[in-house]
Structures are given as structure tokens and as C-alpha cells.
Design a binder for this molecule. Structure first.
Ligand SMILES: C[S@@+](CC[C@H](N)C(=O)[O-])C[C@H]1O[C@@H](n2cnc3c(N)ncnc32)[C@H](O)[C@@H]1O
Length: 267
């Protein structure tokens, strides 16, 4: 039997959590209720949650319209998304890649197909947007496009048929009551930006102090949470797999923190 979890990834994405399934298995209880992936990014955590809990019990959110548009296309029009990828692949080359980068990436299946092609062919898989949300990663060295397995793409789409997808800023979810909120924001106090925005730690801490009263909260961060104004969480250091490392990262660990007790977890 193939291990479904190794397939649960769409594109390379900085901070992708596709390799964290075993850690989530230990930390997230079976009766967590509705799961909210507030900084959903490339969907690594969302795919994990859909696979384990069923997509009707999961919400994906990210404020980047390009990423959200790709998730919507994968959900609603996976065959067309695949066809678009094949169309771009057949014409691919350095000039073609740069030309596609200038086109609209946010609109419908055509936009999603362009971003899918760019993301799969980005240099070192380092998806990066500037502060105007313009995708600006150069092309990978190899001229050959990575192949996309159509069946795997369709299976990933099947997995997320009842997923709720939103494109809000994280504050939109401040009033959430119940369930489990997974927060994987851009690393705080880290100047090497890959996303279209950074988040002031004080705003993030205020958000957490509100939602922790009503929901289970799990946070992935580079810093110890006390240092960014969030006291009282259980915390564990997680060693990142090589492929998940940010190349400018100071070390290869990050913190995973949660506001509830987990039985049998080593200290
Ligand atoms: C570390 S990445 C998430 C990676 C994701 N867990 C995965 O497995 O691919 C952080 C995400 O937060 C998003 N983001 C940044 N600021 C945000 C905001 N104010 N509201 C919602 N999302 C935001 C970025 O667009 C980025 O996709």
C-alpha cells in the first residue's frame, strides 16, 4: 500500500508542513472538532487534516489571493488545472517562464494554472512574493519541467471536496468559538521575507490571547512563545527535515506549542 501522506503536497512552499504528520498525530486529539488552518499557505497542514478528519471538518484560510485561487482550482477544476500545467510545460523555457510571471495569477483556472507552473518550476522551490503580492522567484536551473501525476492530483482534489476555503486576514477568525485553530504564521522577528507581508508580534499575541479562551490552539513558530508575548503554552522543539529548512535559517529547529494537555508526550 502506498503511504498516502507522502503524496499530500501540491507545490513546494516555504514553511510547508507536509512532513509533520507524525507530530500532528501525537499533538492533535481525535475529538478536536472543526479544524481551522488560519495561515494555510501551500496547504501542507490542510491536506493532513482533510485526510485525517474529513474535509467537511476543515477550513483553509490564507490572505494571499494567488495561493487561495490555486486551492480553489484544485478543489473545483483539477482536470483543467492539470491540462493548463501540461500546456505551459510544453512551451516552457526561461523566457516563457518570465513572460508567465507577468500575467495574472489570481484569476480562475487560467491564473491558477500559471501559478502552478511557476511554483513547480521555481528556483530551489522557493516560492516568494513581494509586498505587492507579485510572485518574483526566478526559474529553476533545469529546463525540464517536473512531471505532475494526474491521478495524484485528482486524489488530492477528492480529499478536499468539502473543504471551506477563505481568503481573509487572520483577524477575521478572532471570534471563532470551539474547534482547533492551527496557526503557522510567517516567522516573527525574521527579516528574510518570502511572503507578501509580515505580522507585528503584538497583533499576533493579541489574536492568540482572544482565541485561546474558546478553542484549542496549536502554533508553529521559530521563537519561544514567551519571547513574543504569549505565555502559558506547552512547547516542544521540533527538528526540521532537511527539505523543510529555510536556507538562511539560524538553526534547524522550530517550536510547536499548544494550549492543552497531551497525555504521554515526551518532554
Ligand atoms: C509559514 S506559511 C504557512 C505554510 C503552511 N502551513 C503549509 O504547510 O504550506 C505562512 C502563510 O501565512 C500567510 N499570511 C501572512 N500574513 C497573513 C495574514 N495577515 N493573514 C492570513 N494569512 C497570512 C502567508 O501568505 C503564508 O502563506
Amino acid at each position: 500500500m502506498t503511504n498516502r501522506r507522502t503524496e499530500l503536497k501540491l507545490i513546494p512552499y516555504i514553511g510547508c508542513k507536509a512532513g509533520f504528520a507524525e507530530i500532528f498525530d501525537k499533538i492533535i486529539p481525535d475529538d478536536a472538532g472543526h479544524i481551522y488552518d488560519i495561515f494555510g499557505g501551500g496547504g501542507g497542514f490542510t491536506f493532513y487534516a482533510c485526510n485525517r478528519f474529513g474535509s467537511k471538518n476543515v477550513t483553509y484560510n490564507d490572505h494571499n489571493p494567488t495561493m487561495v485561487n490555486l486551492m480553489r482550482a484544485l478543489q473545483k477544476r483539477p482536470k483543467e488545472l492539470y491540462d493548463e500545467y501540461q500546456r505551459h510545460s510544453s512551451k516552457s523555457g526561461p523566457e516563457y517562464y518570465l513572460a508567465v510571471r507577468e500575467e495574472n495569477l489570481d484569476d480562475g483556472t487560467r491564473g491558477a494554472g500559471r501559478f502552478f507552473y511557476l511554483a513547480k518550476n521555481a528556483f530551489s522551490g522557493k516560492i516568494r512574493f513581494n509586498s505587492s503580492n507579485k510572485f518574483n522567484t526566478p526559474m529553476r536551473k533545469s529546463p525540464r519541467c517536473p512531471q505532475v501525476d494526474k491521478d495524484e492530483l485528482l486524489r488530492l482534489s477528492d480529499l478536499m471536496q468539502d473543504l471551506k476555503i477563505t481568503d481573509k486576514g487572520f483577524e477575521h477568525y478572532a471570534g471563532t468559538r470551539g474547534g482547533l485553530m492551527y496557526l503557522d504564521p510567517p516567522y516573527m522577528n525574521n527579516t528574510n521575507s518570502h511572503y507578501n507581508a509580515t505580522i507585528p508580534p503584538a497583533d499576533f499575541a493579541a489574536f492568540v490571547s482572544e482565541i485561546r479562551k474558546h478553542s484549542k490552539v496549536v502554533i508553529s513558530e521559530q521563537n519561544n512563545l514567551e519571547s513574543i508575548g504569549i505565555p502559558g503554552f506547552n512547547q516542544r522543539l521540533v527538528r526540521l527535515q532537511r527539505s523543510l529548512q529555510y536556507f538562511t535559517q539560524r538553526d534547524s529547529t522550530e517550536v510547536i506549542a499548544f494550549n492543552y494537555e497531551v497525555e504521554g508526550l515526551p518532554g
